[in-house]
Design a protein around this ligand. Structure first.
Ligand SMILES: Nc1ncnc2c1ncn2[C@@H]1O[C@H](COP(=O)(O)OP(=O)(O)O)[C@@H](O)[C@H]1O
Ligand SMILES: [Mg+2]
Length: 322
């Protein structure tokens, strides 16, 4: 667990970059710091591993004040991933990934095997280990950055806008990959982004920061979307928040129509969604499908029934008590 208590950071005589930050990052979960540019997210993240020291206040990791721990010792228990990979250009990918194991005294053979395993773990072909960073795509470089951060198997991962510089398709792949990895690894992840969609997708908890490094709301993502704590958060969460909030509700809320009421040939052409799909993906599929119907499957992947826009609306009204 990482605890900020009344933390303030001023870089110079100017306005504080972070002010009065009190917050508890739970162990084994993903906590996202989100907010517009310049609101102190990176500063807050870097105070955890002492790349930056606070002006006042304390930060504890598992009850231990970080100001009393040597930075190099601290960083051994924390992987750090930055926006642009931060890879060493003149070292191979495998050497980049295995930097920390090497420093910790692993042999050449051990480090090579460890690097191959780590590359696989983040969804890369281990053969890429022989290449140089510039010979990889942006998305592949970010995966290498994640593999490197995982190399010493640290309990904490600090990630500063790791997916911001890649295109939207690759970004969605990297996000899915991180969710999969986190299900396997249960690290304590602190993830910084300016993108509220990314924050609500990845975060078990989301901290919304505003100007002057002020924390506006710290809550599970569904609560940030459905009940923004103040005007700033409501504006930041934005116009699509009603739609985004549907990501936290499932197709099982729908009262489906019997498949027998529809022409089988027509049904074969409409979108099919798993029973566990979110209402957001059901609504999106319906909006994209000219026939405005979609098939929802049962647990075995057979058609359980048909959903229409009216059925999504009915589920929303049912929950709202209308
Ligand atoms: N090394 C630095 N020296 C002086 N000011 C800084 C430094 N790093 C960040 N700042 C300032 O602190 C504020 C917060 O920055 P930062 O933590 O990088 O925000 P974010 O990551 O949310 O964009 C900004 O006003 C920024 O200009
Ligand atoms: Mg930043």
């Amino acid at each position: 667990m990482i605890r900020f208590t009344d933390v303030e950071k001023r870089y110079d005589a100017g306005a504080p970059a972070v002010s009065g930050l009190t917050l508890e990052v739970p162990a084994g979960r993903t906590t996202v710091f989100v907010g517009p540019s310049g609101c102190g997210k990176t500063t807050s993240l870097r105070m955890i591993n002492r790349m930056v020291d606070p002006t006042s206040g304390t930060i504890e990791v598992d009850g231990r004040d970080v100001s009393r721990t040597a930075p190099h010792e601290l960083r051994r228990s924390m992987g750090y991933v930055m926006q642009q990979g931060g890879l060493m250009p003149h070292r191979t990918v495998a050497d980049n990934v295995a930097t920390v194991p090497r420093l910790l005294g692993a042999s050449k053979g051990e480090t090579r095997r460890a690097a191959a395993g780590l590359l696989e773990r983040v969804g890369l072909d281990p053969a890429l280990g022989a290449r140089y960073p510039a010979q990889l795509s942006g998305g592949q470089q970010q995966r290498v950055g994640v593999a490197r951060a995982l190399a010493a198997d640290p309990p904490i991962l600090l990630m500063d806008e790791p997916f911001s510089a890649v295109d939207p398709v690759v970004r969605a792949e990297l996000q899915a990959e991180l969710l999969r990895l986190q299900r396997e690894l249960s690290k304590t992840i602190v993830f910084v982004t300016h993108d509220i969609d990314e924050a609500t997708l990845l975060g078990d908890l989301v901290a919304v920061f505003g100007a002057g490094g002020v924390l506006h709301q710290f809550a599970p993502p569904e609560q940030i979307l459905s009940a923004p704590a103040d005007g700033f958060t409501a504006r930041f969460v934005g116009r699509d928040r009603g739609f985004r909030a549907l990501a936290f509700r499932g197709a099982e809320e729908l009262t489906l129509r019997p498949v027998s009421g529809y022409d089988a040939g027509a049904l074969a052409r409409v979108p099919r969604l798993a029973r566990g799909a979110s209402l957001r993906s059901v609504l999106d599929a319906l909006l994209a499908e000219p026939a405005r119907i979609a098939v929802v499957e049962d647990a075995a992947g057979r058609p359980a029934g048909v959903a229409t826009l009216a059925d999504v609306a009915a589920a929303l009204d049912a929950e709202a008590g209308r």
